[in-house]
Design a protein around this ligand. Structure first.
Ligand code: AMP
Length: 420
């Protein structure tokens, strides 16, 4: 047992996995920019109060999952468990609401939740996050949904489908909650301890309960969609029409309420097979009230958070082909100190010319250097020894063909540049 191990629920991403990450980030960035999203980076930690107000006390994220600490100055800080609260804070603090609206912002980065680790569920994970701020048109909801759909589709995911619901607005929510609570009051003896507590603090969350004993009660629960106000009904209807129009499949899921308090109207997730019980590869929705909760101007908004680790698990499961990260295709082997000097200069000239190369370290025999070149999988090995220096030529070994040619030292950079 090693004394030093990575903390529970964290991952090392080794070099051989980086190409998946590069590929997914590049695809996400490309799709975001196609839709006019601009990048924003916000701190990895924020004042604890921001998340407590924004996400809401009573949610699992705030009550159970935050990495909170007091710094040396006595400030209460929290490693971000999600992006939206920080992005909306930055939107207000930097006065971004005076720019032409809507403003479309995307981010990438680590997020932290004290979750129960298992396959696809970590305590540090990476999100691609996108928000459209300052727009209430359901077409904006569809735009973020279509973007993540295209991300999954382009990465080779099959059988895509949104889980879709509406969680209403401050006008219709109290009415629905009253109906829901009345229904639960009749079944209070049948539900779990947690749900009894949820009914007090975050009643919508009872619909999300995984406990076996609660399933029949949830199945008979009234649907929010039957209790939406006219505005929310209209929004949801238009959203469905637009999704149909763009051929993005969805299924209405009356139990989908999501874990964060700030959602209004649209909530959605995409589930994927191949990552066990942790099926959601993204989640999002509309949060028209959040900016005001954080003392900003009224700002209707919609966003999505995509978990990148889960995407990569699915890609591996589906055997998605991803171009490998390129490695140098030239190896510089040398015999004797003078040849080494010449090759250090050559290495430098190759880098200036944009040609990636390895140089042999230490003083070794040619056989050992060629073995290294072979292991590194290069196309060409340059061999310089006393004879080559005297003739002003380098021996260039084509590692695939096993053939060698002499190339004038002065021409070598151009010769290699033309071939790799
Ligand atoms: P949420 O806001 O909880 O819906 O999270 C948004 C997305 O982040 C989810 O759909 C997952 O893809 C990802 N995610 C959330 N929690 C975790 C976790 N503990 N480990 C890995 N990915 C996560």
């Amino acid at each position: 047992m090693l004394q030093y191990q990575r903390p529970t629920g964290t991952l090392d991403t080794l070099p051989e996995d980086q190409h998946y990450w590069d590929h997914v980030r590049a695809r996400a960035r490309h799709l975001a920019e196609l839709a006019g999203f601009e990048r924003i980076d916000v701190p990895v930690f924020e004042a604890t109060e921001l998340f407590a107000r924004g996400i809401g006390t009573g949610t699992d994220v705030v009550d159970k999952e935050m990495y909170t600490f007091t710094d040396k100055g006595g400030h209460q800080l929290t490693l971000r468990p999600e992006f939206t609260a920080g992005v909306v804070r930055a939107y207000i603090e930097n006065g971004l609401y005076v720019r032409p609206q809507p403003l479309k912002l995307y981010s990438f980065g680590p997020t932290f939740r004290y979750d129960r680790p298992q396959a696809g569920r970590y305590r540090q994970f990476t999100q691609f996050n996108a928000e459209i701020l300052g727009e209430q048109d359901p077409a904006a909801d569809v735009e973020v949904m279509a973007m993540v759909w295209d991300l999954y589709d382009g990465l080779g995911f099959r059988d895509l489908e949104f889980q879709l619901n509406s969680t209403g607005c401050p006008r219709c929510r109290p009415g629905y909650l009253a109906v829901l609570k009345a229904y639960y009051a009749e079944h209070i003896g049948e539900i779990c301890e947690d749900c009894r507590r949820r009914l007090e603090h975050s009643p919508l969350r009872v619909l999300d309960c995984k406990a076996d004993q609660c399933q029949p009660v949830i199945a008979g629960a009234p649907h929010f969609l039957d209790h939406l106000c006219d505005e929310c009904t209209e929004h949801f209807g238009a959203l469905r029409e637009y999704l149909d129009l763009l051929d993005r499949r969805y299924t209405i899921n009356h139990r989908l309420v999501r874990g964060l308090d700030y959602y209004t109207k649209t909530v959605f997730e995409v589930w994927a097979a191949g990552i066990g019980a942790q099926a959601a590869v993204c989640g999002g929705g509309r949060y028209d009230g959040l900016a005001e909760i954080l003392d900003g101007p009224p700002t209707p908004a919609v966003g999505v958070a995509v978990g990148l680790e889960r995407i990569i698990l699915v890609m591996k499961d589906l055997d998605v082909d991803v171009p490998p990260t390129p490695t140098p295709s030239v190896f510089l082997a040398h015999l004797g100190p003078q040849a080494k000097w010449e090759e250090l200069r050559l290495m430098d000239a190759l880098r200036q010319a944009g040609v990636a190369a390895w140089i042999a370290f230490g003083e070794r025999g040619l056989r050992s250097q060629l073995r290294e070149a072979d292991k590194r999988g290069v196309r060409y090995t340059i061999i310089l020894g006393e004879d080559e220096l005297a003739a002003g030529l380098a021996t260039v070994r084509d590692m695939k063909a096993g053939e060698q040619v002499g190339v004038k030292l002065g021409d070598l950079v151009e010769w290699l540049k033309a071939r790799v």
